[in-house]
Design a binder for this molecule. Structure first.
Ligand code: UDP
Ligand code: MN
Length: 376
């Protein structure tokens, strides 16, 4: 086939145009993906079920993106971003906008140093509960893990490398004391400049590599609330703004642990920052984890994504098969009327390791120095 000079010029111009269009499209990939996710996330409150380690990869939304959606100009000024953050992320027309908040975000993979882990504890549990955490999973995440307690403790302050925060909250198990600690956990995360806020109780073992793997599957600039409810249905409470009516929402059990993306945490600011989380807790008269769920799922209308790998002691922990242990994200332990509910893992004896956390740690990381002599 012979081409005239004119046709050759036309064809070249066409190819250059197509190339250019592709470059433009991929340069805006994240914004397009945000636009898509933004639409999905705005659906009415419900839970999304996530089966085991098969998280939905961030890129999944790509094929469904509405390419005709009008792109906003990328010229938002930094002051606007700052104002949005100060005002709790509320921007154009009063609508929170992740694309504004994260204009300067980095396009790199989430690393361990991007995760903030807060452990709620109390002075009575420093020795019995925090002790075993310090010997096990804390060794992998010393820099980014903080313990929120209710007293000064020089011994543990040293052992945690100065990562024990005395909240001055009351040392009781009532909802005010628990919300008081959670409010400070949230504020400390917001000051930390990290991508993810993960909360656990002090009777929790965190499988750090799996936690990282989980979070790498989600975009921290979008709105994610990852956890596991212990109820099979949404919690129903009295609607104090409409006497006589009820309202329902989902929440992730604090004892199983949960993670919140920075994008969502920013939107929580008007309801959670500076101690406001306690005010919300007082209004609904429920503990910290229920209050977090109320803010996210009821007020902000953001879904809870159910992660099966989070395990509280409200589950039968001994039923987790040893082949599946590696894939789980959190574990716990407890005692009900004399019977221990613990993970079934080989290693030390029950007397040496009643929580099974040391054996679990060595099962997951057999090459650790302190694991060399653990029999299996
Ligand atoms: N906790 C606390 N103050 C208390 C009792 C408990 O901060 O007076 C914390 C405790 O350290 C743990 C969480 O609350 O992180 C849950 O406590 P626990 O495991 O004893 O009870 P659960 O609610 O799991 O039955
Ligand atoms: Mn517990």
């Amino acid at each position: 086939m012979r081409l005239s000079l004119r046709s050759a010029v036309k064809l070249t111009a066409f190819v250059v145009f197509i190339l250019f269009a592709n470059i433009l499209l991929f340069a805006h990939y994240d914004e397009l993906a945000d636009a898509y996710r933004g639409k999905v996330g705005d659906s009415p409150s419900k839970v999304q079920v996530n089966n085991g380690g098969n998280q939905r990869p961030v890129e999944d939304g790509f094929k469904n993106i509405d390419f005709h959606r009008k792109q906003r100009s990328a010229k938002s000024i930094p002051e606007e971003v700052q104002k949005a953050v100060n005002a709790g992320g509320v921007t154009r027309n009063g609508v929170p906008d992740n694309r504004l908040l994260f204009k300067h975000r980095q396009h790199r993979r989430t690393e361990l140093s991007d995760i903030f882990i807060s452990v709620k504890t109390s002075k009575k549990y420093h020795e019995s509960r925090v002790g075993v955490i310090l010997k096990t999973w804390f060794t992998l995440v010393r820099e980014q893990t903080y313990f929120f307690t209710d007293s000064e403790d020089k011994n543990f302050q040293d052992r945690t490398g100065g990562h024990m925060i005395n909240t001055n909250c009351s040392s009781t198990h009532n909802r005010q004391a628990l919300c008081c600690k959670m409010a400070l956990e949230y504020d400390t995360f917001m000051d930390s400049n990290k991508r993810w806020f993960c909360h656990v109780d002090d009777d929790t073992y965190v499988n750090i590599p799996q936690l990282l793997k989980l979070l790498q599957g989600y975009n921290h600039t979008q709105d994610w609330y990852l956890g596991k409810p212990s109820l099979r249905h949404p919690i129903e409470i009295m609607d104090r703004d409409h006497p006589g009516q009820k309202l329902a929402y989902w929440f992730a059990t604090g004892g199983a642990g949960f993670c919140i993306s920075k994008g969502l945490a920013l939107k929580m600011m008007p309801h959670a920052s500076g101690g406001r989380l306690m005010t919300v807790g007082d209004k609904i008269r429920l503990p910290d984890d229920c209050t977090v769920g109320y803010i996210i799922n009821y007020i902000l209308k953001k879904d809870l994504t159910v992660i099966d790998g989070f395990h509280s002691h409200l589950e039968a922990l001994w039923l987790i098969r040893s082949n599946d242990l590696l894939k789980q994200i959190t574990f716990s332990y407890s005692q009900y009327s004399g019977k221990m509910n613990v993970v079934n893992v080989p290693g030390l004896s029950d007397q040496e390791d009643p929580t099974r956390f040391r054996s679990l740690h060595c099962y997951l990381f057999p090459t650790f120095r302190e694991c060399k002599d653990i029999s299996s």
